[in-house]
Design a protein around this ligand. Structure first.
Ligand code: 13P
Length: 344
């Protein structure tokens, strides 16, 4: 039913290796840390903990997490922001090198953020394709083995997302994936269905299906190899504006059903973003999803790729102060253990 790249073709592009890299990111019983906040997002995030951002403070923010002892037991990879690729930890080693030496694959966010769509100004389109080939070459030399592109899908009643936004975001994700595989790296395609809104969980589920179905039809049109790509998705959750807390079983039922309906079995894996859930919700929901996926014999491995749910508690302790580093790292490690335990 789904096209695959012929074996000879796959060899030409090193697809066999890419499949192995993609699989190892998702199926090792470990997960990903999304530490790829842009300068703007990192500044806002740090400010919300009373920390004034600067390039050095962002470097310390990264080092707080990457320098935590034992994280390699729980993390298969870390998604970096491009500036971090050329920075050093307090151990004076380049971050990508020290991560790789500990068995953690370094990846990089390659999209350049979003802007309102001309055809539908309440929706966003992601930029970054223009100079992508040149940037990919540079990121690969700096040690990146996988990449991420985030598209944003907004729900507003039955009106949004519009067909034009779903299609244009899918098209850019597909071009991104094709380019990245050609450059010999694994793409993570993240069409994030936002939690913000007044929608119910059933609407979120339907929009995840529509988003993924649109994406995979465009991926097939461009003959993108599905076995060497990873899908990053939101869970099916009631919108944050209606203040309903879904039970983990409800979330699991709708999330797994949506993904079984719309994500082909060949993909290397599916990873989840936390999207504004509390660390405890993101942990409990992942545990229920993993359990449900096992009982439904879901064909793809699943794991986490959280930013906020993994970092929030540590940042609240750290506050940018050296003396708080040990306690903040202990909180990070503790959350990482709980989230990893949710997978089994
Ligand atoms: P959150 O887990 O904070 O949603 O971030 C994941 C991510 O990578 C967003 O692009």
């Amino acid at each position: 039913m789904y096209t695959t790249i012929p074996h000879s073709h796959a060899k030409l592009y090193g697809m066999t290796d890419l499949v192995a890299v993609a699989r190892s990111l998702c199926s090792s019983g470990k997960g990903l840390l999304a530490a790829d906040e842009s300068v703007h997002t990192a500044t806002t995030r740090l400010a919300s903990y009373g920390i004034a951002a600067s390039p050095e403070m962002r470097r310390k923010f990264r080092d707080l997490f990457f320098g935590t002892e034992d994280v390699e037991r729980y993390l298969s990879g870390i998604i970096l922001f491009s500036e971090t690729l050329s920075e050093k930890g307090d151990d004076a080693k380049l971050f990508p090198e020290s991560l790789a030496a500990r068995g953690i694959a370094p990846g990089v966010k390659v999209d350049l953020g979003t802007e309102p769509m001309q055809e539908s100004p309440q929706e966003l389109i992601t930029n970054g394709l223009l100079d992508l080939p040149e940037r990919l070459g540079a990121y690969k030399k700096q040690g990146a083995v996988f990449t991420k592109w985030r598209a944003v899908i907004r729900i507003d009643g039955d009106e949004l997302p519009s067909t034009v936004a779903l299609h244009e975001n899918a098209k850019r994700l597909a071009h991104y994936a094709k380019e990245v595989q050609g450059a010999g790296m694994v793409p993570i395609l993240e069409p994030e269905v936002l939690l913000e809104g007044r929608h119910g969980r059933a609407r979120a589920r339907a929009v995840i299906v529509e988003t993924m179905s649109t994406l995979f039809s465009v991926l097939d049109e461009l003959s993108v190899d599905k076995a060497s790509l990873i899908i990053k998705t939101a869970m099916a959750l009631s919108g944050s504006a209606i203040a309903k807390i879904d039970s983990p079983e409800e979330v699991a039922e709708d999330t797994v059903a949506a993904l079984l309906e719309s994500v082909p079995r060949q993909v290397a894996g599916i990873v989840f973003l936390s999207g504004g859930q509390t660390p405890d919700q993101a942990t409990a929901n992942l545990a229920a999803i993993a359990k449900r996926a096992r009982s439904a014999n879901a064909p793809w491995p699943l794991t986490f790729s959280y930013a906020r749910a993994l970092q929030e508690e540590a940042l609240a302790i750290w506050k940018g102060k050296e003396e708080n580093v040990p306690a903040a790292r202990a909180a990070f490690l503790d959350r990482l253990k709980k989230v990893s335990a949710a997978l089994v």
